[in-house]
Design a protein around this ligand. Structure first.
Ligand SMILES: Nc1ncnc2c1ncn2[C@@H]1O[C@H](COP(=O)(O)OP(=O)(O)O)[C@@H](O)[C@H]1O
Ligand SMILES: [Mg+2]
Length: 334
C-alpha cells in the first residue's frame, strides 16, 4: 500500500511561507510527478512527505494513518536523490544491502532481497563491482536498488536524472517508467522538466510558488490547461499566448494556440508573418515568426521538412477548434 495524503499542509522557513495551505492525494500505485520552475517548492514538498523537513501546520497521512510526527525511517518511504551518494569502497552488492544491514535483517533475507533487486534492475552481473567501475546510468540503478530492497510503500525521487547526459536521461526515464509498471508501487517524482513529467506521469501536479496550479493526467493538462501558467508550462515548444485584438475576436483576454495547431499554408491563411529562425529537425520544422501583429514571436511546428528560410513570408492557418481562451485573470474560459 502507498496512499499519501496532504491535508492543509504549510511550510515556512523563518517568516517566509514557501508552501501556503495545500491539499493533495497521491493514490496507491500512482506515478505522480511534481513539476514547476526552480524554487517553486517541489523538493520542499517531497522532503515534507519523506519527513526530512517538519511541516509547519497541517497533516500528512500515509495509508490513512497520521504520519505527521513519524520519523523518516518509520514512514516506509524510500528517497532517491539526484546525487546518488554510493559508498565508493563497497561493492554494488554491499551498497544495495546497506539499508538492510542497518535494519539488522538476517543474511539469508538480505541476499534474497539484493538478488531480486539486482535482477529487476539488470545489475546481476555487476554485483561484485565497485561504483567507480560502473557507468552513470548503472550507478543510478544501484541507488534505486538500495531503495527497492527496503520494499517501501512509495518511492520518492528528487530530480534523479538531472546529473546525467541527455541520451542517458532518456534511457533512464524509460527504465524508471518500466520499473513502475513492474513494481506497481507508488512513485512521487520531482522534476523541473515538463517533458519528463509528460512522458512518465500518471498524474502531474503543476506547482508555482508553492501553490498547486493544476493536477491532472498529462493529456488533461495538454488539452485543458486551467490557466495561462499551465498553458505556457506544459508543451514543447511552448503554447503561443496572445492578448489584444486577436484575443478580443474570440471573446477572451488572452488566447493560446500550440505551435502544432497552426498550419503552414501556401496562401490565404488567416495570419501571416516573416520567418525568423527556422529549426529544421528533419522530422519537424520549428518556425519562429515575426511581424505577425499577434505576438512578438509566434512559434509554429510543421511536420517534416518545410522549405522556408529566414526572411520568407509565411502564411498560417490556426485550427480554430484548438484555440484556448483565458480571461483577464488568466483563467481558462470553458
Ligand atoms: N532550508 C531552507 N531554508 C530557507 N529557505 C529554503 C530552504 N529550503 C528551501 N528554501 C526555499 O524554499 C523555496 C522552495 O525551494 P525548493 O523546494 O528547493 O524548490 P524547488 O525544488 O522547486 O526548486 C525556495 O524559495 C527556497 O529558497
Ligand atoms: Mg529541488
Amino acid at each position: 500500500m502507498g496512499q499519501i495524503q496532504l491535508k492543509q499542509v504549510t511550510k515556512s522557513f523563518g517568516d517566509v511561507q514557501v508552501i501556503p495551505p495545500l491539499d493533495l492525494i497521491i493514490q496507491d500505485g500512482e506515478f505522480t510527478v511534481f513539476v514547476g520552475p526552480s524554487g517553486c517548492g517541489k523538493s520542499t514538498l517531497l522532503r515534507l512527505i519523506a519527513g526530512l523537513e517538519d511541516i509547519t501546520t497541517g497533516h500528512i497521512e500515509i495509508d490513512g494513518q497520521d504520519a505527521t510526527d513519524v520519523v523518516p525511517a518509520k514512514r516506509g518511504l524510500a528517497m532517491v536523490f539526484q546525487s546518488y551518494a554510493l559508498y565508493p569502497h563497497m561493492s554494488v552488492r554491499k551498497n544495495i544491502a546497506f539499508p538492510l544491514r542497518m535494519a539488522k535483517l538476517n543474511q539469508v533475507e538480505i541476499t534474497k532481497r539484493v538478488e531480486r533487486a539486482a535482477s529487476v534492475l539488470n545489475l546481476t552481473d555487476y554485483l561484485d563491482r565497485r561504483p567507480g567501475q560502473l557507468s552513470g546510468g548503472q550507478r543510478q540503478r544501484v541507488a534505486i536498488g538500495r531503495a527497492i530492497v527496503r520494499d517501501p510503500a512509495a518511492f520518492l525521487f528528487d530530480e534523479p536524472l538531472s546529473n546525467l547526459d541527455a541520451a542517458l536521461r532518456v534511457g533512464m526515464r524509460l527504465e524508471i517508467s518500466e520499473l513502475h509498471k513492474r513494481l506497481e508501487t507508488t512513485m512521487v517524482y520531482v522534476t523541473h522538466d515538463q517533458v519528463e513529467a509528460m512522458t512518465m506521469a500518471d498524474k502531474i501536479v503543476v506547482l508555482q510558488a508553492g501553490v498547486i496550479e493544476q493536477v491532472g493526467t498529462p493529456l488533461e493538462l495538454y488539452h485543458t490547461p486551467r490557466n495561462t501558467f499551465v498553458a505556457g508550462f506544459i508543451g514543447s515548444p511552448k503554447m503561443n499566448l496572445m492578448t489584444g485584438g486577436e484575443a478580443a475576436k474570440h471573446n477572451a483576454h488572452t488566447i493560446g494556440v500550440r505551435p502544432e495547431h497552426i498550419d503552414v499554408v501556401e496562401s490565404g491563411g488567416q495570419w501571416q508573418g516573416t520567418v525568423g529562425v527556422a529549426e529544421h529537425l528533419g522530422s519537424d520544422t520549428f518556425f519562429h515568426i515575426h511581424n505577425t501583429g499577434l505576438a512578438e514571436t509566434l512559434t509554429v511546428r510543421a511536420i517534416g521538412d518545410v522549405n522556408l528560410k529566414h526572411g520568407d513570408t509565411i502564411h498560417l492557418a490556426p485550427r480554430v477548434d484548438e484555440i484556448h481562451r483565458f480571461d483577464a485573470d488568466g483563467l481558462r474560459i470553458a
